[in-house]
Design a protein around this ligand. Structure first.
Ligand code: ZN
Length: 172
């Protein structure tokens, strides 16, 4: 396994829509493993393939759940979704979202509280998932990435320009 470099705003490929995966190959499975490692190294809860320079419809997430018997113990809840499609959305929720591709930016985005999603797993099998709350938010955030939409698209143009300036200021 290896950690991959993460592209950050305003990298062009982050703005491009991703193509569906035709076949889940060993190459894709290797990419998924590396994406899990990259996400963990960056302390993220989700990572989409375009963030590591691959414009294909793949994302990983692991929101983690507290162990009810031991609050300090976090249970891993890894998911890999390939060619995800939202079948149902319901409810409303808002989280202050961050993104490994948008350092030092948090944005409150209105999302559905619950989503039903269909996607291929790493074995190429079609699966259906129901996600709620933070997991549902994460799915919608990652699916934004696959459509070429970033957190910076959820803020005003003025704020985006200020953010761009701030990033330039901090880059070496
Ligand atoms: Zn993101």
């Amino acid at each position: 396994m290896a950690t991959l470099p993460i592209l950050t705003f305003p990298a062009k490929s982050l703005k491009q829509p991703s193509a569906p995966v035709h076949k889940v190959t060993n190459e894709i499975r290797q990419l998924v493993k590396n994406m899990f490692e990259t996400m963990a190294a960056g302390c993220g809860i989700g990572l989409a393939a375009p963030q590591v320079g691959q414009n294909i419809a793949v994302f990983v997430m692991d929101v983690g759940k507290k162990n009810p018997k031991d609050e300090k113990n976090i249970i891993l809840t890894p998911f890999c979704l390939i060619n995800p499609r939202i079948l149902e959305k319901s409810g409303d929720t808002t989280y202050a979202e961050g993104c490994l591709s948008c350092p030092d930016l948090t944005v409150e985005v209105d999302r559905a509280q619950r989503v039903v999603v269909e996607a291929l797993d790493v074995d190429g099998k079609l699966q259906q998932y129901v996600f709620e709350d933070l997991e549902a938010v994460c799915v919608q955030h990652e699916m934004d990435h696959l459509a070429g939409v970033l957190l910076t698209d959820h803020i005003s143009r003025l704020k985006r320009e200020l953010y761009k300036k701030k990033l330039k200021h901090h880059s070496p």
